[in-house]
Write a protein that binds this ligand. Structure first.
Ligand code: ASP
Length: 495
């Protein structure tokens, strides 16, 4: 490497038009340590050396100008929040000068950087495309770097290529354009290194660029701004058979100053129900540490309450990440907790909302703390005071509405099950009629306290609206009883 290198700066030859390339290193910008020995370990090279080896970057070849900014070139394993902030700042500084931005980056942590930028660059109205390579053109004729880089540059310049503006942080790799915060590195050597298991591709680039318009975000109406503070007092825990018999979880959860944990649970968000594990989760949430549940499967979504093994997590105070990917979930917690003044209650709500399309549903819970009981003697309980302020104009955006009785227990007496009817509004006896009927649900005996769920979507979707909402629950039987500690109305809104 030459020794007169300047890093963390804009190129002197910049013209201030076209696309800004931010060069960070990675395989795309690597060469063997011993240039004569191709098998010696690869090390990152400077932007000037990269440029010398990449004549394709000229305006004459590309058809438009490419300016550059260089960070300290790094293998992406060494990139973290400090570099994310530097990159975000560069994009913000140059936002008005370019049609788009391309980040040349190592593949190993590309999805983390893409997620971080997607949260930091608020009201983004221009393409920010991350790309890299498994094999660099700098010393290989057979490579994927030129195709990836030139593709990314063309997508980042909609003015030149005449494609729709894609106002998102994306990853372009092997002809596919993915939403960055939905992407996962799935292969350490294939050119098909990334996938987006829970969200469709935004575009494909073969002979020409085909943008899947329905999948891309709308250009925001508000002004672009930066929100880049990060808090690294977070951790991910990957559940494995045997964790319940060890001290691993206890030790991790007692890390001083911990503020958030991503639990990579089994399947749809299940973890061992052994008392020691559930108690640890509860103790962690009680310490006001965010317990964010995602699936470790690599695809699909977390549905807390689908199994008994996840229902208990709700009472313990954990929250669902729906279909957010684990890498993105961790960065999201760093980002939300980056706001030093944020209250735990607000951070919990923010984590459950989609910020930049990183999850398919936003969850809006509204909690009323009153204890309640319905029984043969006292058949009716009214629960008021839910505040709703997140429903758009169209009922179709409502995916599910769930009423949860927290820490509930059920005694059925001599019956096999109870029937519980739910009405909308604080109804008096004679108002419990068809017009505000929400549903009747079966309820079997439940001795150990747990969360009780009632899916009220069907009858509520078209009538529920922003404002105050209340319900009346009625026991239809003359015996048995249902008790609970608090009630939660949870609305799932489609992204
Ligand atoms: N270790 C390299 C990096 O992430 C791998 C790559 O770029 O493909 O920087």
């Amino acid at each position: 490497m030459s020794n007169n290198l300047k890093f963390n700066c804009y190129d002197e030859s910049n013209k201030g038009e076209g696309v800004l390339v931010i060069y960070t290193g990675g395989t795309i910008g690597s060469m063997p340590k011993d240039r004569e020995d191709k098998s010696s370990p690869q090390v990152v090279i400077s932007w000037s050396e990269f440029k010398k080896n990449t004549p394709q970057l000229s305006e004459k070849t590309l058809g438009f100008n490419v300016d550059a900014y260089t960070t300290q070139p790094l293998d992406s394993c060494n990139i973290g929040p400090k570099e994310w902030q530097e990159i975000a700042k560069v994009i913000a500084e140059s936002y008005n000068k370019y049609f788009g931005f391309v980040l040349l980056h190592g593949t190993d942590t590309m999805v983390y950087t893409a997620s971080a930028l997607s949260f930091m660059l608020r009201n983004l109205g221009k393409p920010v495309i991350l790309t890299g390579a498994q094999v660099s053109h700098t010393f290989n004729v057979w490579n994927d770097s030129l195709m990836n880089m030139i593709g990314a540059l063309n997508i980042a310049n909609p003015k030149y290529t005449e494609i729709p503006i894609i106002p998102e942080v994306c990853i372009f790799f092997n002809g596919n354009l993915f939403r960055g915060n939905r992407t996962h590195k799935k292969d350490a050597s294939s050119f098909y290194a990334y996938e987006s298991p829970n969200y469709p591709k935004l575009a494909e680039y073969g002979e020409s660029i085909v943008v899947h318009k329905k999948t891309i975000r709308e250009i925001p109406k508000g002004d672009f701004y930066l929100k880049s503070s990060m808090n690294t007092h977070v951790v991910s825990v990957f559940f494995f058979p045997g964790i319940q018999d060890s001290k691993v979880l206890e030790n991790i959860l007692s890390i001083p100053d911990l503020k958030g944990v991503v639990f990579l649970a089994y399947g749809a968000g299940n973890i061992p129900t052994q008392k020691n594990i559930m108690d640890l989760v509860k103790k962690t949430a009680d310490k006001r540490i965010i317990c964010f549940i995602v699936t470790q499967t690599g695809g699909g979504q977390t549905v807390l309450g689908m199994y008994d093994t996840s229902a208990k997590l709700i009472d313990a105070g954990a929250i669902s990440g729906v279909d957010i990917l684990p890498e993105t979930a961790l960065v999201k917690l760093m980002h939300i907790l980056g706001d030093e003044d944020i209250k735990y209650e607000d951070a919990i709500l923010d984590a459950q909302k989609s910020i930049a399309g990183e999850m398919s549903l936003s969850i809006y819970p509204s909690f009323v703390e009153n204890k309640g009981k319905i029984s043969g003697e006292h058949k009716r309980e009214r629960i008021g005071g839910f505040t709703i302020n997140n429903i758009g104009n169209s009922p179709e955006t409502i995916d599910r509405v769930i009423l949860r009785l927290k820490n509930g227990s059920v005694e059925t007496g001599s019956l096999d099950h109870l029937l519980i009817s739910i009405y909308r509004g604080l109804s008096s006896e004679d108002e419990l009629n068809k017009a505000n009927f929400v549903g009747t649900f079966r309820q079997i005996e439940i001795k150990e306290k747990t969360v009780l769920f009632y899916d009220i979507t069907k009858n509520i979707r078209s009538v529920i609206s922003n404002g105050r909402e209340s319900f009346t629950v009625v026991l239809e039987n003359d015996e048995g009883q249902i008790e609970w500690d608090g009630m939660e109305l949870v609305i799932f809104i489609k992204e």
